[in-house]
Design a binder for this molecule. Structure first.
Ligand code: NAD
Ligand code: DAU
Length: 344
């Protein structure tokens, strides 16, 4: 099989490419990535010399380029990770989120219809369901929870999901969608909470916690997400949505303290800063459908996955130090200092 993976130079797409190239030597994995600020070819290094791997630089929203690529490559399967993925950036500048997350997706869908692809899989997010209240721990997101988005990011992702389902119903395109909770693990860009805590704590810098730090996220190790996507692509029912999550709910403050303790760093590094606009309170996934239909079970809990992840950041300092020494400095300055969010 020839599998197009988009966004494979990013965090989850990168881990998925590693997983697929190693697990299926008989399949050809083509990684298409625009290499935005979040894309990094260093992430692809572990597989770049494998005979069943190829990298192509390009934009999923560039219609002419995408049609030419599909004509030439004759893909069997498409797995779309490519997206603008950071909520804070979407609040600052929503337009690119519409262009990549919505129009990029519809461009890929059109190419899939035209070239008769066997399976299109959309990597979506639990953020399309909005949030849950803190005082109702009995509530979880199921696949039937109505879409109710909060940020420009989640609105663009929800919009893309609706197009994916519409292309199934209208044109009969064989699609699946996965909606996963917050991921963590190797190659996670340090603008996101967990790698931000690790990289800043290692440099004895303050850890910015939005609002009160009581917001809850449901954390899943990226390796468990990769296994779930592979299963859904191969065995999931066409036209269906599958939630992915492992019941690892933690408040942001719990996450920060867990990482600080593991690194032997003081809690005095914690700095409460201005809250994110429209900040979702709690995410919590019910993965029953994926577990019962496809037999998926996460391998890692938060307690086993976090020490592994910290160790990866300690062993791969060059990967993240290269990122935080470049353009990222301007990003941190703009988002946390100039806007008066951070108190330093
Ligand atoms: P990321 O920001 O780390 O990586 C995104 C990748 O997409 C980058 O390599 C970037 O260069 C590439 N890209 C961006 N625009 C592109 C375009 N127009 N054309 C081609 N490539 C482009 O993101 P991530 O955290 O790895 O998320 C991957 C996918 O998973 C996204 O669709 C996201 O919505 C979804 N998701 C993420 C999480 C999470 O916790 N990170 C959870 C659930 C779902
Ligand atoms: O739930 C899945 C989503 O998880 C994905 O769809 C998104 O692509 C991904 O970025 C992630 O979104 P979040 O907004 O939940 O992740 P982030 O790491 O940005 O923030 C996690 C929580 O930590 C959130 O409540 C905001 C808070 N936070 C974040 C940062 C960057 C802080 O308190 N301080 C920070 O500096």
């Amino acid at each position: 099989m020839k599998i197009l993976v988009t966004g494979g130079a990013g965090f989850i797409g990168g881990n998925f490419v590693h997983y697929m190239v190693n697990k299926y030597p008989e399949d050809m994995i083509v990684n298409l990535d625009k290499l935005t600020y979040a894309g990094n070819l260093e992430t692809c290094k572990p597989v770049e010399d494998k005979p069943n791997y190829k990298f192509i630089k390009g934009d999923i929203a560039d219609r002419e380029f995408i049609m030419d690529l599909f004509e030439k490559e004759k893909f069997d399967v498409v797995v779309n990770f490519a997206a603008e993925s950071h909520v804070d950036r979407s609040i600052e500048d929503p337009e690119i989120f519409v262009k990549t997350n919505v129009m990029g997706t519809t461009t890929l869908l059109d190419a899939c219809v035209k070239y008769g692809i066997q399976r299109y899989h959309q990597v979506s997010t639990d953020e399309v369901y909005g949030d849950l209240p803190l005082d109702r721990p009995d509530l979880f997101f199921t696949e039937n929870t109505p879409l109710h988005t909060s940020s420009p990011y989640s609105s663009a992702k929800a919009s893309a999901d609706l197009f994916v389902l519409a292309y199934h119903r209208t044109y009969g395109l064989p699609v699946t969608i996965s909606r996963c909770s917050n991921n963590y693990g190797p190659y996670h860009f340090p603008e996101k909470l967990i790698p931000l805590i690790i990289s800043r704590a290692l440099n004895d810098e303050t850890i910015p916690v939005y609002g009160t730090g009581e917001n809850v996220r449901d954390w899943l190790h990226v390796y468990d997400h990769c296994v779930a996507i592979d299963l859904i692509v191969r065995k999931g029912r066409v036209g269906e949505v599958y939630n992915v999550g492992g019941h690892n709910e933690r408040t942001n403050l719990e996450v920060v303290k867990t990482v600080l303790h593991a690194l032997n760093k003081p809690e005095s590094l914690i700095t409460f800063v201005t809250d994110r606009k429209g900040h979702d309170m709690r995410y919590a996934i019910d993965p029953t459908k994926l577990e019962t239909e496809l037999g998926w079970k996460p391998k890692y809990t938060f307690d086993t996955g976090i020490p592994m992840t910290i160790q990866w950041y300690l062993d791969n300092k060059e990967w993240w130090e290269n990122i935080i020494s470049g353009e990222y400095q301007n990003y941190f300055e703009k988002m946390y200092v100039e806007k008066g969010r951070a108190k330093e």
